[in-house]
Write a protein that binds this ligand. Structure first.
Ligand SMILES: [Fe+2]
Ligand SMILES: [Fe+2]
Length: 492
């Protein structure tokens, strides 16, 4: 079917629309009012979303939260901050401005006009990509649902809720595309996005890392550092898509995503800072008895979250990824900055694999290894934060350092799956690995001990003992600002 059939309405205006209309029931900058059928379909999805938010969103009752809301998608001043009751946050549909001259930058359609509608031949693949991305957004809200009960400060609580409402908005972004461009099937997929739930045995979220429990705040910080960063890289490839509405949606989502990774980077950094302080004072490794998280446990959490996030990139070699590229659906990270032909029929690269208990290299066609290409970019980016965390150790005069484990450690997806690789990159047999794994991944005792430190601190400007205060507050407000007003007893 042609895409104008999808709603039976006139094609949407395609000029640059950067201002967001907040007088609408669904705030948007896509001129939703001009397409009544689409507007009604989304308005009927809206109460389902609110129900989902109330049931599986943050469980801590609050009166209001100091949140940022998008007001325009342009370069300056897109964010506005104020105290709002979370369920009244204006979730909406915001696409980055359209470039009317945009052309496809890679693959077999390179040089042709970007698509404003979905080509029939790529409909199924595009819908799948959107559904998989869309599924991760509400999943993380579900995973983080109870964390508010143990927040180390009101400042951190506010950041958690900011991340949560924005992940909710990212779900809106994908649901808009499904409703606007994929007809009845798209609407059905949009319903399913609220029906699958993180960790649900019968109907789990699509990707593994999004069914893991977020047990405590260290895990949350590791999640926003490593797993939201996977999101950044996936969105970065979709931002290159020939399907222009998807590209523009992802471009704006990336702006919001930056804050989520800030929460992770600084959250781990402040945890390390506190631990390092205790180590320096005591002249020995910190223990749970000191009221902080021991450095080796921080490393185990890092090992875990990094390895499950690496799995999100899929198999190193993938025909699907190659086809998505050739078809123009999904580009590479910073596609336009790459100095090659952007078609990749000729190129090759080296790839690690395990054989006879050793990690070896082989040369493979570039086009077959695009998941690996993206994953390598991701790993390089991950290393930056680790360097920042290590600065805290260095400044405390300590020799200990955190590190990223080997790419083969604890992998369930791709060429390393089924092998037993240590964080240092040695290939072990199963028995040797099993004997050592409790030194590398958090044990249930580790998680319990971390959980025992998670005593909520709701007094403005105060912080739980295990984490250092941030250097500055949000939006130039002081650290002790009343970022969150908790619901008064019995009023919730
Ligand atoms: Fe997101
Ligand atoms: Fe995120």
């Amino acid at each position: 079917m042609t895409v104008t059939e999808r709603t039976g309405a006139a094609p949407r205006p395609t000029g640059p629309l950067s201002k967001i209309d907040y007088s609408e029931r669904i705030p948007n900058n896509v001129n939703l009012a001009a397409d009544r059928r689409l507007q009604r379909a989304l308005e009927s999805w809206q109460p389902q979303f609110i129900d989902w938010w109330k049931t599986l969103g943050p469980s801590l009752p609050t009166k209001d939260v100091y949140l940022r809301t998008a007001v325009a998608v342009g370069r300056d001043g897109w964010a506005h901050f104020e105290h709002v009751p979370m369920e009244e946050y204006r979730w909406g549909i915001f696409l980055a401005e359209q470039d009317p001259d945009r052309t496809v930058q890679f693959g077999k359609h390179k040089g042709k006009e970007a698509w404003q509608e979905v080509p029939g031949e790529h409909r199924a693949d595009l819908m799948r990509l959107i559904v998989v991305q869309g599924d991760t957004e509400p999943a993380s809200v579900e995973q983080q649902r109870v964390l508010g009960n143990t927040a180390p400060s009101i400042y951190d609580l506010r950041n958690l809720f900011q991340v949560n409402v924005e992940e909710g908005r990212h779900l809106w972004a994908m649901v808009y595309l499904l409703h606007a461009y994929f007809g009845r099937e798209g609407r059905e997929e949009a319903e399913q996005l609220l029906k699958r739930n993180s960790g649900d045995l019968d109907s789990p979220r699509i990707l593994g890392a999004f069914n893991e429990e977020t047990t405590d705040w260290l895990q949350f910080f590791m999640f926003t550092y490593f797993t939201d960063r996977d999101g950044k890289f996936q969105l970065g490839t979709l931002k290159e898509s020939a399907f222009d509405p998807l590209a523009r949606t992802c471009e704006f989502m990336l702006k919001e995503e930056a804050h989520h990774m800030f929460v992770g980077t600084t959250g781990v950094q402040r945890t390390v800072e506190r631990t390092a302080e205790v180590m320096k004072e005591a002249g020995r490794p910190a223990t749970f008895e000191d009221g902080v998280i021991p450095l080796d446990v921080i490393q185990k959490y890092l090992n875990f979250q990094f390895s499950v996030s690496m799995d999100l990139f899929g198999s190193e070699q993938s025909t699907n990824a190659g086809n998505y590229y050739t078809s123009g659906l999904k580009g590479r990270w910073q596609e336009t900055r790459r100095k090659d032909d952007h078609v990749l029929l000729e190129g090759s690269r080296s790839m690690n694999y395990v054989e006879d208990g050793q990690i070896k290299q082989k040369i493979v066609p570039m086009l077959s290894a695009l998941n690996l290409d993206l994953r390598d970019e991701y790993v390089a980016d991950c290393a930056n934060g680790v360097a920042r965390w290590n600065q805290e150790l260095e400044e405390a005069g300590l020799n200990d350092r955190l590190f990223l484990p080997h790419e083969g450690f604890n992998r369930k997806v791709g060429g390393y799956a089924g092998h037993f690789v240590s964080p240092a990159g040695e290939v072990l047999d199963e028995a040797a690995y099993d004997g050592l794994v409790s030194q590398w991944l958090p044990t249930s005792e580790d998680r319990e001990a971390v959980a025992a430190l998670m005593i909520p601190e709701y007094e403005y400007g105060k912080f739980a003992r295990w984490i250092a205060p941030p250097k500055s507050g949000i939006n130039d407000q002081p650290v002790e600002f009343d970022y969150v007003h908790l619901a008064e007893e019995g009023v919730a």
